[in-house]
Design a protein around this ligand. Sequence first.
Ligand code: LMR
Length: 335
Amino acid sequence: MFKSICAFAASSLLLASASLHAATDQGVIVIKFAHVVADNTPKGQGALLFKKLAEERLGDKVKVEVYPNSTLFGDANELEALTKNEVQLLAPSLAKFEKYTKALQVFDLPFLFDDLEAVNRFQKRAKGRQLLRAMEDHNIVGLAYWHNGMKQLSASKALQLPADAAGLKFRIQPSSVLEAQFNQLGATPVIMPFAEVFDALKNGSVQGAENPWSNLYSKQLHTVQPYITETNHGVLDYMLVSNPRFWYSIPHQVRTELEGIIDEVTFEVNRQAEAANQADRARIAAATGTQIITLSDEQREAWRKAMQPVWQEFEGVIGADVMKAAQIVNRNKRD
Ligand code: LMR
């Protein structure tokens, strides 16, 4: 009896640990990479490039399966699935980690970063790098930051000044900072998975949203939003994440190769993201039915003034040190 209890316990342990270790298919490590956007976006291209390089260089040891457009997991369950090792790589927007760490909400603060280059500097410095490890207690490890781009406001009516947004419902990602940002405008924020945004804008259950150009174009959101205001008011970037029990169970040599590939892919994604967004902006500008509204300096300043009180509200939870490190990168453009 004792023997069979021991055997049972041992086999359950083995099973439990196998489920968190490198998923193997006849000795090949299978890495499922799920995300919620289209292939023709910075993240979509990054996922495909990772697959290509990993299979070219480690083809007999590693197989990468890419699932775009929320086809395997979506916003509602992908992080939980990662911690259970049902998927091994994700690259959620930085706005989607609030449940696991508050510090990453620094990226959601409106008008904090002047541009994507400033975001890049912050991500490369000590504080930014530290944040990659902020969720290890939750079995989530950050492997890299990937850029998408700065966000624009789209709506069913022309938004020139902050008061124009009052009374409208805006779809947001699940972030208290973004919720507060729209509350500041007298608008109503509505948390919604990315996969549902097109239909919600089309049927009018929300009247506006905030997205980088690449997400607007790849999901054709501009076809259901007659106005897009070029606010560049915040950033939408990603953290490439795995679960550490899986990641560190990959044999050292293979993992080192994969980490080198991730560095290469990160370099490419981040080098091309801005250009990809500008190309999609041009496509939207050329399309009929959507007007791009550019703001004068005074108008942009009015948006900044309306949204910026959010900084103070969140300084306590995000951490004054993190916010300070983020603000410095706008001024110091050296690296
Ligand atoms: C969103 O939900 O708007 C974005 O996080 C989607 C994405 O991954 O770019």
